[in-house]
Design a protein around this ligand. Structure first.
Ligand SMILES: O=c1ccn([C@H]2C[C@H](O)[C@@H](CO)O2)c(=O)[nH]1
Ligand SMILES: [Zn+2]
Length: 145
């Protein structure tokens, strides 16, 4: 069977690429304080992949998570429509989700995100932002009656 048949629309390949970009981003993490590297990679609606890592600061509260670093980069590069994000850290024995702040920041750009929680070996669990942040506050809630 040809690869085109195995991977209709190239989708599984795109997930593999997303997962591998988030693992690569984790290797770039600047985390001298926590020594807890995190990587994220966002798939845009037009098929681009933008990655991010956590960037810590000596003033600890100024640390920016990997997911939010990726969002900031994506917006600067002109993207505001997203379909999926892969996130990873160094934990091997369970799937770890984004922190609450990152869930809220993702929600700013819609609730319709697929989220791939990725282990260091590249295996992943597919979930969604709606599942991770039910009953969310979103931009629509700012609309006055
Ligand atoms: O969703 C999360 C949660 C934590 N971290 C980072 C922040 C900090 O540098 C380190 C430990 O909390 O992990 C992320 O990048 N993303
Ligand atoms: Zn976070």
């Amino acid at each position: 069977m040809s690869p085109a048949v195995l991977a209709p629309l190239g989708k599984p390949d795109k997930v593999q690429e997303l997962v591998s970009k988030c693992l690569q981003a984790r290797d770039m993490a600047y985390c001298p304080y926590s020594r807890f590297p995190v990587g994220a990679a966002i798939l845009t609606a037009d098929g681009a992949i933008i990655s991010g890592c956590n960037v810590e600061n000596a003033s600890y509260g100024l640390t920016v998570c990997a997911e939010r670093t990726a969002i900031q980069r994506a917006v600067v590069e002109g993207h505001t429509q997203f379909t999926a994000i892969a996130v990873t850290c160094d934990i091997k024995d369970r799937f770890v989700g984004p922190c609450g702040a990152c869930r809220q920041v993702l929600m700013e750009f819609g609730s319709d995100w697929t989220v791939y929680l990725t282990k260091p070996d590249g295996s992943y669990k597919k979930t969604s932002l709606n599942e991770l942040l039910p009953l969310a506050f979103s931009p629509a809630d700012l609309m006055k009656n």
